[in-house]
Design a protein around this ligand. Structure first.
Ligand SMILES: [Zn+2]
Ligand SMILES: [Zn+2]
Length: 390
C-alpha cells in the first residue's frame, strides 16, 4: 500500500462495503486481513463491537500516540451512477469514513516499513461513530484498557475548505449535543367528547414553544446554544379519536458540556411543568449524547508542526464547529486533538447524498499522519499524562 492508485482502490472497496453503525463486520474483516499483512506488533479486534487496534512499537519506551478512524456508514443511499456505489442500497459512506480508514491503513503501511523511533503508534478503527456510541464502547472495553495512549488524535475531512487545508484550534473544536425526547400520556376519548379524555395536544404545542425560546431566555448572549425541535406528534390520524398520548423531540447543542447539561435540565423541567398543568404523565429520555471535543494546546502544536512538515497550510477557526463528534470521549480522558482536513471548496456537504470522499485527499492525509506520529513520539512525555489526567 504505497501508490496513490492503491489507496484509491482500498478507499473504493471500503465504500462498496458500507455498513451501518455497530454492524461493521465485513469492513472490519477487510481491514484485519490488510493490517495482518503489515505485521503490527499487536492487533486487537472486537473492541467495543467491531473495533480494531493495530500497534506499531518503536525499539525504546516513549510516548504512545493513538490515531482514530471510524468504521461506520450512514443510512443515506449512493446516487445510482456512482461506479463504486455501495452494495447496500440503503447505506453509504456519506461522512467520508471510507477515506479516513484508507488514510489510517496507509499509515499502517508506512509504519510497517519504518517503525516509530520510540514509543508506539496505536491505530484505532472505531465502530459506531455516527450514533455517538462507539467511542464510549471502545473506551469501556476491557481489551482496550492497557493500550494507554499518552496523546490521542483524529482527523475529519471538511467540505467547504480548500483540499488538504489543515483546520485546527485549541479548546473546544466540535460541539456537545444530545437528543431530548419527552412522552406525554393522558387519556384518549371519542372525538365528540374530548372532555372525557385528556389530550396532550395543547401541552405538545406549549412544549415546542417553551423549548424553542430557551436559548433566547436562559443563555447569555455570548454563550452559543441551540434547541432544535426535530419531531412532534399527538395520537394518530384518526378523526374519531381525541388523542391520549404525544411526543416531542429536540436536539440540544452547545460548545461546552456544562451549558448543554443546563439546557437539557431546563428543557426537561419546562416540559414537566407543562405536563403537570395539563394533568398528563410525562417521561423524558436523552439519546445520542455527544460530549464537546476539546483540543489540548500541546496536541494542537503537534498538528501544526506536522502540517508544516507535510507541506499543508493550517487554518485556525475563531469558533468551534456546530456539529458533534464522539471523539470527545477520548479528549475527555487524554490530551489530544480532532482536526479537519479540507475536502475542497466545491465538495458537497457531509451527509449529503451526492457527497463522496475525494481520493485526492488520501496521499496528503497519509503524509500528515506520518509526520504527526514522528512529531509526537519524539516529544517528551508530559508529567501528568499517566492515568486519566483530564
Ligand atoms: Zn457523520
Ligand atoms: Zn464523520
Amino acid at each position: 500500500l504505497r501508490e496513490p492508485a492503491e489507496f484509491q482502490e482500498l478507499r473504493r472497496n471500503l465504500h462498496r462495503l458500507a455498513e451501518p453503525s455497530g454492524r461493521e463486520e465485513q469492513t472490519a474483516g477487510l481491514l484485519v486481513s490488510l493490517l495482518r499483512g503489515f505485521d503490527p506488533d499487536e492487533l486487537r479486534t472486537g473492541l467495543g463491537g467491531y473495533g480494531i487496534a493495530a500497534v506499531f512499537a518503536g525499539p525504546e519506551e516513549g510516548p504512545r500516540v493513538l490515531i482514530r478512524a471510524e468504521l461506520d456508514a450512514l443510512p443515506i443511499p449512493d446516487p445510482p451512477a456512482l461506479d463504486h456505489r455501495s452494495e447496500d442500497p440503503d447505506t453509504a459512506h456519506k461522512c467520508g469514513h471510507d477515506g479516513h480508514m484508507a488514510i489510517l491503513a496507509g499509515l499502517a503501511g508506512v509504519l510497517s516499513k519504518s517503525r516509530p523511533a520510540q514509543g508506539a503508534a496505536i491505530l484505532l478503527f472505531q465502530p459506531a461513530e455516527e450514533t455517538g456510541q462507539g467511542a464510549a464502547a471502545v473506551l469501556g472495553d476491557p481489551d482496550y484498557g492497557d493500550l494507554s495512549p499518552d496523546m490521542v488524535f483524529a482527523l475529519h475531512n471538511l467540505p467547504g475548505y480548500p483540499l488538504g487545508r489543515v483546520v485546527v484550534r485549541s479548546g473546544p473544536f466540535a460541539s456537545a449535543s444530545v437528543g431530548l425526547a419527552v412522552s406525554l400520556t393522558g387519556r384518549s376519548a371519542h372525538a365528540a367528547e374530548p372532555e372525557r379524555g385528556r389530550s396532550p395536544a395543547l401541552a405538545v404545542s406549549q412544549i415546542i414553544q417553551a423549548w424553542s425560546s430557551v436559548p433566547q431566555e436562559l443563555v447569555p448572549l455570548h454563550v452559543p446554544s441551540k434547541v432544535t425541535v426535530i419531531h412532534a406528534r399527538v395520537g394518530g390520524p384518526a378523526f374519531g379519536t381525541t388523542p391520549g398520548e404525544g411526543v416531542v423531540m429536540a436536539t440540544l447543542r452547545a460548545h461546552e458540556d456544562h451549558v448543554l447539561h443546563d439546557l437539557a435540565r431546563h428543557c426537561a423541567g419546562l416540559a414537566e411543568g407543562i405536563a403537570r398543568a395539563h394533568g398528563l404523565e410525562m417521561s423524558a429520555g436523552e439519546v445520542e449524547p455527544f460530549p464537546a471535543t476539546v483540543n489540548d494546546p500541546s496536541a494542537v502544536d503537534h498538528v501544526r508542526r506536522a502540517a508544516g512538515k507535510a507541506g499543508l497550510a493550517v487554518e485556525e477557526p475563531d469558533r468551534p464547529f456546530g456539529w458533534s463528534e464522539d471523539f470527545g470521549h477520548f479528549t475527555a480522558r487524554r490530551p489530544g486533538a480532532l482536526f479537519g482536513l479540507g475536502a475542497g471548496v466545491d465538495c458537497p456537504a457531509l451527509h449529503h447524498p451526492s457527497y463522496d470522499f475525494p481520493d485526492d485527499l488520501l496521499v496528503p492525509g497519509v503524509r500528515l499522519l506520518t509526520e504527526l506520529v514522528r512529531e509526537v513520539v519524539r516529544s517528551p512525555v508530559s508529567p501528568g499524562s499517566e492515568g486519566d489526567a483530564r
